[in-house]
Design a protein around this ligand. Structure first.
Ligand code: PAF
Length: 280
């Protein structure tokens, strides 16, 4: 596997790959890799000749400096996992390779989806994501790019970004990869104790119940039940809501011909965990 530690070495690598007419699949990450990331590479392998990943903890998407400081950094292990997954190259840029002048976000209008859910609770987050992903897309020039559905709103934002910036890139959503107990895999799970990891399965169990309740009881009643579940637990519910899967707007009632998804954010021992589930 090629380890590309600056913009120039990436650019030389990409030029050589493009010259051979090879198709590039790309999965950007912030490192602390886990099996969820491996499922992105597996998917990318199906449609492309070359699979590239990046590891860059993007400062502009963190609205909480403490969260940025505590974000797990496990480069050695990441490289070993990427090698094992058969990834062809990893780009590990410096901050200057991505932000030559100043590490700051551009402002994007994603048509309103940026103001829902994570946009409300993490001001500026999606401007940071849009800025870094468009820079990475410009540098890596992939044909296909892969993102996990755990960050479902981010996936929707990136589909919009590609439209806005007119990038000739196909965006692929990859289903959430869950641990045996149902906990969605996340780099942040590395900060949980074993007990917390076991306890955090409550998030998935709750979503499964929500799916059973959906279209049987009203949405306000579902919300009340979810709030009660977390009031009686050791964990703090930041938000739970059901939204239209396309507009991501919260809803209190449903129409037969529309698709809906439940979204939840819970603090477990100070770690912010996010999950979602399509509702049948
Ligand atoms: O999902 C992530 O890990 C990050 O938000 C991304 C897409 C790599 C941008 O920094």
């Amino acid at each position: 596997m090629e380890i590309l530690r600056n913009r120039q070495s990436l650019s030389d690598y990409i030029a050589a790959v493009k010259k051979e007419g090879k198709k590039i699949g790309f999965a950007p990450t912030m490192g602390a890799l886990h099996d969820g990331h491996m499922s992105l590479y597996k998917e990318a392998r199906k449609d492309n000749d070359i699979v590239i990943s990046s590891v860059f903890v993007n400062p502009t998407q963190f609205n909480n400096p403490d969260d940025l400081k505590k974000y797990p950094r496990t480069e050695e292990n990441d490289i070993a996992m990427l090698e094992k997954a058969g990834v062809d190259a990893v780009y590990i840029p410096s901050t200057e390779d991505i932000y030559p002048e100043k590490a700051e976000s551009k402002h994007y209008d994603f048509g309103g989806i940026e103001n829902e859910m994570e946009g409300k609770f993490r001001p500026g987050h999606f401007d940071g994501v849009g800025t870094v992903v468009s820079e990475l897309f410009r540098q890596v020039q992939p044909d296909n790019a892969y993102f996990g559905e755990k960050d479902y709103q981010q996936l929707a934002i990136i589909k919009k970004l590609v439209e806005i910036e007119k990038f000739p890139i196909n965006i692929h959503g990859v289903p959430i990869y869950r641990a045996e107990n149902g906990l969605a895999l996340s780099s942040r799970n590395a900060r949980l104790s074993e007990d917390e990891r076991n306890g955090a399965a409550l998030i998935y169990k709750t979503l499964v119940k929500v799916n059973e309740w959906f279209r049987v009881i009203s949405i306000p009643e579902i919300k009340k039940r979810v709030e009660e579940i977390f009031e009686q637990s050791d964990y703090e519910l930041e938000y739970f809501l059901i939204a239209d899967e396309e507009t991501l707007k919260e809803t209190d009632f449903f129409y037969k011909d529309k698709s809906y998804r439940a979204f939840i954010v819970v603090f477990v021992g100070g770690v912010r965990l996010i999950d979602n589930m399509h509702l049948d």
